[in-house]
Design a protein around this ligand. Structure first.
Ligand code: GTP
Ligand code: ZN
Length: 332
């Protein structure tokens, strides 16, 4: 785009006026006039950003190279910041991230992807019935949350169909905050927990996540559904995350996230996602893989005398086995 005429700004002109033999790096524009905004969606090379209350579309400046920019990133923008249809701003800088939530396509995929930057909470949406609760999905999300430094919140939906007792009992040993909802009930408690935070909502298909998002941010459907003036594309694109403003905070929906692989997380950090098992694994021999049949694994002794809940140990072992490429475990 540089020198392309239409996208010239003061910085480009200054570069050219000084020009000459000075090394390019020393006269690289500092973009003092840049405005900082937040990336709310990413769709095939186009970034929607909220800047001073306006939604604008931007592209990445070539000088930024190949580094990915993701939803939640705070970015410095120059160029046309009017937000008028068909205008395109330029992202010239990505601010340092306070957190990154990553995933891989499955537990053995070497390619990790950052889904969201700068979030501080992971809301794990899980139905109490229809579909039945999936503790293994919850455990997987907890590992990712602890690893990324996000505070997990368990959001149990469809409370009109089943009670939360059994599920909450399974997690009683964890210091895990939870909230119970149904599609007609009051959302005051959940709203209170979300206010002022950047919360990523994650859940498997059919748990009622969209229902929840639409109730929390009724205008979201319109905002997401609006056809992008630059790309001409509407909703149901490949976007994997969308940030929506809510009560001085953000909720970040993840409609495109269909799996949540943990190949990027070291075994010890997988174990750290199970703080209720921590005391037991302290007694394991050095380098213990904690998997089924591992020699001297203290989890077995603790299980045998009833000090640990079998489903918790099974869940950890399944995750560890899945990362080792055990097909059957990956399917879980
Ligand atoms: N009984 C009951 N049904 C609900 C509740 N919340 C959502 N549903 C229903 O569950 C179904 C799935 O809800 P969605 O909001 O589409 O679920 P989702 O998690 O967004 O699922 P995907 O769109 O597949 O990602 C719909 O038929 C909803 O009407 C609830 O609290 N109680
Ligand atoms: Zn062990």
């Amino acid at each position: 785009m540089r020198g392309g005429g239409r996208n010239l700004d003061e910085d480009d002109i200054r570069v050219r006026a000084r020009g000459g033999s000075r090394p390019r790096t020393r006269i690289r524009p500092k973009h003092e006039n840049a405005r900082v905004g937040m990336v709310t969606t990413v769709d095939r090379g186009r970034y929607r950003c909220l800047v001073e209350g306006r939604q604008i579309t931007a592209m990445k400046a070539r000088e930024l190279g190949r580094g990915r920019i993701v939803v939640g990133d705070r970015v410095a923008l120059v160029g046309d910041l009017s937000g008028v249809p068909d205008t395109l701003a330029r992202i010239v800088r990505v601010e340092e991230r306070s957190s990154v939530l990553r995933r891989t396509a499955d537990d053995t995929d070497p390619v990790e992807r950052v889904i969201v930057a700068n979030a501080d909470r992971l809301v794990i949406v899980c139905a109490l019935a229809d579909p039945d609760p999936q503790p293994r999905f919850i455990d997987r999300c907890l590992v990712a949350a602890y690893d990324a430094g996000l505070e997990p919140l368990l959001c149990l939906t469809k409370a009109d169909l089943a009670g939360p007792g059994e599920l909450l009992d399974a997690y009683a040993a964890l210091d895990l905050r939870s909230v119970v909802t149904d599609h007609r009930g009051d959302l005051t408690e959940l709203r209170g927990l979300l206010a002022g935070r950047a919360s990523v909502l994650i859940g498997s298909s059919g748990v009622g996540k969209s229902t929840l998002v639409n109730r929390l941010v009724p205008e979201a459907e319109r905002a997401v559904g609006r056809v992008n003036p630059v790309t001409g594309r509407g909703r149901h694109t490949s976007t994997s995350a969308v940030a929506l403003p809510l009560d001085d905070g953000w909720i970040i929906d993840t409609p495109g996230v269909r799996s949540f692989g943990l190949a990027h997380i070291a075994p010890d950090d997988v174990v750290a996602g199970f703080p209720d098992l921590d005391e037991a694994v302290q007694e394991c021999p050095p380098g213990c893989p904690h998997t089924e049949g591992a020699e001297g694994c203290a989890l077995d002794a603790w299980l045998a005398d009833g000090r640990l809940a079998p489903p918790r140990v099974a869940s950890l072992r399944r995750l560890l086995a899945g990362r080792a490429g055990d097909e059957e475990a990956v399917a879980g």
